[in-house]
Design a binder for this molecule. Structure first.
Ligand SMILES: *[C@@H]1O[C@H](CO)[C@@H](O)[C@H](O)[C@H]1NC(C)=O
Ligand SMILES: *[C@@H]1O[C@H](CO)[C@@H](O)[C@H](O)[C@H]1NC(C)=O
Ligand SMILES: *[C@@H]1O[C@H](CO)[C@@H](O)[C@H](O)[C@H]1NC(C)=O
Ligand SMILES: *[C@@H]1O[C@H](CO)[C@@H](O)[C@H](O)[C@H]1NC(C)=O
Ligand SMILES: *[C@@H]1O[C@H](CO)[C@@H](O)[C@H](O)[C@H]1NC(C)=O
Length: 197
């Protein structure tokens, strides 16, 4: 191998390493904010080149994170904006924990997201309108939190413009009602909200 191609190879390795580390950094940034009484995040060792061997994390063939599965893990603490750096994330499963604080608007940058399962937590504040950019999203379960405000029209429109099939916003503190009618293509979509809300 010529020295030029060796330099090129090292350069590419350096790029690949930086790329992977941003996902380690993002998940580590989140871990440092979480309280984890059962040590479910014990394998999240930030010295590794990528997070693909960590428990509760799944990667694609390019060693980029596609799933985070932390349902019913007794975690408390917030969601963090750094999660937006998991650019290939498809499944964010964080249901049935004690997660609090608001939903970071940066979550709206996760353009590959298929499932956002944050139900049964202590999330508060409003649903960020940026979630309306999640056009790949099929399942949005935010039920049984402390969310307030109006469900943003941008998010409701995911039903007609995106791929949203199930949106459960029941058992929160929203004002107004999410439309249940199917006159504009709500056919396969189920929007579940408390009748009295
Ligand atoms: C993380 O990995 C490094 C290198 O393999 C090791 O020395 C260190 O003990 C690990 N840290 C934890 C907390 O497991
Ligand atoms: C994503 O990672 C980059 C580089 O590590 C960092 O500068 C940036 O703040 C991160 N973005 C978010 C939203 O955390
Ligand atoms: C959706 O993404 C576009 C392009 O990145 C951005 O300009 C817009 O502000 C986003 N929408 C919301 C509601 O954040
Ligand atoms: C929607 O959320 C409520 C409250 O958490 C729950 O009782 C109900 O079973 C959910 N519905 C569906 C279809 O998931
Ligand atoms: C609305 O729902 C009814 C009953 O499920 C169904 O027959 C109809 O095709 C739907 N219309 C639209 C526009 O989705």
């Amino acid at each position: 191998m010529g020295s030029r191609s060796l330099v090129y190879l090292l350069f590419m390795v350096a790029i690949a390493t930086v790329d992977c580390n941003s996902e380690v950094d993002a998940l580590t940034a989140w871990k440092t904010k979480l309280t984890d009484p059962n040590n479910v995040l014990q394998s999240w060792n930030e010295t590794l080149v990528n997070p693909c061997t960590w428990f509760h994390v799944t990667c694609n063939n390019e060693n980029s994170v596609t799933r985070v599965d932390l349902g019913s893990a007794s975690l408390s603490g917030p969601l963090v904006p750094e999660l937006a750096n998991l650019t290939n994330l498809q499944y964010l499963e964080v249901y049935n924990n004690d997660i609090s604080g608001s939903i970071p608007s940066e979550i709206g940058k996760l353009s590959a997201l298929i499932s956002l399962d944050l139900y049964l937590n202590q999330l508060s504040g409003a649903i960020p309108p940026s979630l309306g950019n999640l056009t790949s999203l099929r399942f949005m379960r935010l039920n049984s939190n402390q969310l307030t405000g109006v469900i943003p029209i941008e998010v409701i429109q995911l039903v007609s413009r995106g791929n949203l099939m199930i949106m459960n916003v029941s058992d929160n503190h929203f004002v107004g009602r999410a439309p249940h009618h199917n006159s504009t293509g709500f056919a396969i979509t189920e929007i579940i909200q408390d009748p009295k809300a």
